[in-house]
Design a protein around this ligand. Structure first.
Ligand code: GRF
Length: 190
């Protein structure tokens, strides 16, 4: 599921990984709260199925449930979604919803910590290291268990924008790796 403000780079990275026949997943659909966003355009341009489910519509929760059943979704990957998922969904998919965050959680996470705000806060705190975290989604923002983190330095002359570029490169590598880890981990002993 992508957000309305993102570029869709993590979705594209996951799609690329899924092209590998050895990768244990495929993208069955991309769900976006808005049509004609960069992420939606990107999804369509690489031939992915797109569904629009507006968080503002009264039937949002029901529509999501219908879509997830229709596409037989087993795992949900969030990338840039700005709103919390309905609690019933978080419960139904417990342990099978991933999110990616552009910092080393538990630092610089929580409500209001998104986009450039995260990198601004990292620089303001004088951190010498940042990175990204892929984590399991729970009811609270950015609080679920971390699956994988990747680290990078923060340079003295970094701006939030230059740091964001460095972290995004890590994110695009980390997300497919983390998805593989959780899927293969969940299959152990089955
Ligand atoms: C990423 O920085 C991710 O960490 C955050 O939202 C952004 C989405 O970027 N949750 P993209 O749309 O995947 O390029």
């Amino acid at each position: 599921m992508v957000g309305s403000k993102g570029r869709g780079s993590n979705m594209a990275a996951l799609a690329l990984a899924c092209h590998d026949p050895e990768f244990p997943a495929e993208i069955v659909t991309v769900i976006s709260p808005k049509d004609e966003t960069p992420a939606v355009e990107r999804a369509r341009s690489i031939g992915l199925e797109v569904e629009i489910a507006s968080t503002k519509e009264p039937g949002y929760e029901e529509l999501l449930t219908v879509l997830l059943v229709h596409y037989r979704v087993e795992w949900i990957c969030l990338a840039g979604l700005m709103t919390k998922l309905p609690s019933n969904l978080v419960e139904t998919y417990a342990g099978r919803i991933l999110n990616i965050h552009p910092a080393l959680l538990p630092k610089f996470g929580g409500k209001g910590m998104y986009g450039m705000h995260v990198h601004e806060a990292v620089i303001a705190a004088g951190e010498v290291e940042s990175g990204c975290s892929v984590h399991i989604v729970t009811e609270e923002y950015d609080e679920g268990p971390v699956v994988l983190q990747k680290h990078c330095p923060v340079f003295r002359d970094d701006t939030p924008e230059s740091l964001a570029v460095r972290v995004l490169g890590l994110e695009n590598a980390a997300y497919p790796e983390a998805l593989r880890m959780v899927i293969e981990g969940s299959q152990v002993g089955n």
